[in-house]
Design a protein around this ligand. Structure first.
Ligand code: TAP
Length: 452
């Protein structure tokens, strides 16, 4: 069995070695999950809810340990990593309320009645990317389990540590064996088996649009259910009437959080031309003040990139001669560091403006009026996230309706709330996660007529 050495992105030192699962082991885990699902779906709703709450409590009790694993294995700043572990707890608690509310309907018909049931799908395969190993794992896993499915999850090859530990915590909380399996391994091996194995009834995939297309094609062969959460190239639109101080102060967090390795990163800042220079004056100190460094320190706001290869890819978007307006700081020495970088004016055909960089690089572009802002914001195959800054409520609503994207915030840089729906338009994905309706995509509606 092959091993993978997890590298600390801040030090380039080995953290630990993880054994990668083979295709045969994946098949065995899927078969165990299918067997376990028969009894898991029969667990009384209240008991399933209680087990999920116990699972949440285990995660809560180990939040500091999970955060430390994410600091070492992914380079996330410890404050962020702690939030991520606590977010797993919160998502589990939220969906622990679902089993007891999974009610069908009773529909009057001639000669009897129809009743509907929300039946679990069976085994759900979860394929998770490396950028947010804990939250994205939880978003698929918690509602899938709540609905009575069992889950086989594949963390990204480079960031398996927290998911593996959360899998152990599930067992410690009393979830039966086979209900949640975490299989570190390669996408081309474990991920592919999850897509191909007929006992897996749904794939929840989060990752690049490129791989998402392959997953969708693979699922199509078996008409397998699929949710896709893919890439983004979101706009942060700042109108002249906005609170410019607030918009500029928060813009770095909207794009440089997690070192820009964020599907929701607002990596295109669009600023109304009449306030462009003023906005840039305000943005510069906000970017320069970003604390980039040792992720283990509580005051750190931005850590390193995930790997040397990824840093090289990000650096290719800032070639010699790129229009760098200003750059924040980053440590020298070991570690995959890259300073927060602001490009302005960026050509609208330049790769930094059109591609998902997935690193701390942002372009700032002027626009003329409302229609122009919406046109530029929509000029991308993606549609995941975005922000609108204006004091005019009518404009906020018009622009929010006009921008083709799944998740928007007005006068805020926030992205995700687990109790509201999340997902993309266009090539940013298919389906919605989170929110009160998430169980709809982890169940099938069964319709039964009862003659009377
Ligand atoms: P990908 O390279 O697409 O990998 C995502 C996951 O898919 C990994 O676990 C990967 O395994 C696996 N995989 C790769 N090839 C596969 C295959 N042929 N069959 C099955 N599984 C396969 O993405 P990434 O680089 O990890 O993540 C960055 C991307 O994810 C960005 O585009 C980002 O926007 C997107 N993302 C989207 C969201 C949402 S919510 N929309 C959230 C976070 C990230 P390996 O690790 O072994 O390659």
């Amino acid at each position: 069995m092959p091993d993978y050495t997890v590298i600390n992105p801040a030090t380039e030192q080995a953290v630990t070695t993880v054994t990668l699962s083979t295709a045969a082991e994946t098949d065995a885990a899927i078969e165990r999950a299918a067997a376990a699902q028969v009894s898991w779906r029969a667990v009384a709703p209240g008991d399933r809810a209680r087990l999920l709450r116990r699972f949440a409590a285990e995660v809560d009790a180990h939040a500091a340990e999970l955060a430390a694993l994410e600091v070492a294995g992914s380079g996330h700043p410890v404050g962020q990593a702690t939030w991520e572990a606590e977010h797993v707890r919160d998502v589990l608690e939220y969906y622990a309320a679902a089993p007891e509310r999974l009610a069908g309907r009773q529909i009057p018909v001639a000669g009897g009645l129809n009743v509907t049931f929300h039946e679990p799908l069976g085994v759900v395969g979860l394929i998770v990317p490396w950028n947010f190993p804990m939250p994205i794992f939880a978003w698929g896993m918690a509602p899938a389990l709540a609905a009575g499915n069992t889950v086989v999850a594949k963390p990204a090859e480079v960031t398996p540590l927290t998911a593996r530990r959360i899998g152990e915590l599930a067992l410690a909380a009393g979830l039966p064996e086979g209900v949640l399996a975490v299989l570190p391994g390669k996408g081309s091996v474990v991920g592919q088996r999850l897509v191909d194995h007929p006992l897996v009834r749904k794939i929840v995939f989060t990752g690049s649009t490129e791989v998402g297309r392959e997953i969708m094609a693979g699922c199509a062969r078996q008409v397998k259910r699929v949710t896709l959460e893919l890439g983004g190239k979101s706009a942060n639109i700042v109108f002249a009437d906005a609170d410019l101080e607030q918009a500029a102060a928060t813009a770095p967090y909207a794009v440089f959080d997690n070192a820009g390795q964020d599907c929701c990163a607002r990596s295109r800042i669009l600023v109304q031309r009449s306030v462009f220079d003023r906005f840039m004056e305000l943005l510069e100190p906000a970017v320069m003040g970003l604390r980039v460094g040792d992720p283990a320190l509580p005051e750190t706001q931005m850590g390193p990139l995930i790997s040397a290869a990824h840093r090289e890819r990000v650096a290719s978007y800032v070639p010699d001669g790129a229009p760098v307006a200003f750059r924040g700081t980053a440590p020298g020495g070991p570690g995959f560091w890259f300073p927060p970088t602001v490009l302005a004016p960026a050509g609208e055909h330049s790769p930094a403006f059109t591609d998902e960089v997935f690193g701390p690089v942002v372009t700032v572009t002027p626009f003329e009026d409302e229609a122009d802002a919406v046109t530029i914001a929509n000029d991308t195959p993606y549609g995941l996230s975005g922000s609108i800054w204006t004091e005019n409520v009518g404009r906020a609503i018009r622009v929010a309706r006009g921008v083709e994207t799944g998740n928007l915030s007005v006068n805020s840089h926030s992205s995700v709330r687990y109790w509201t729906p999340f997902g993309g338009f266009k090539q940013s994905g298919l389906g919605r996660e989170l929110g009160p309706d998430a169980l709809d995509s982890f169940t099938e509606v069964k319709n039964v007529f009862i003659a009377s």
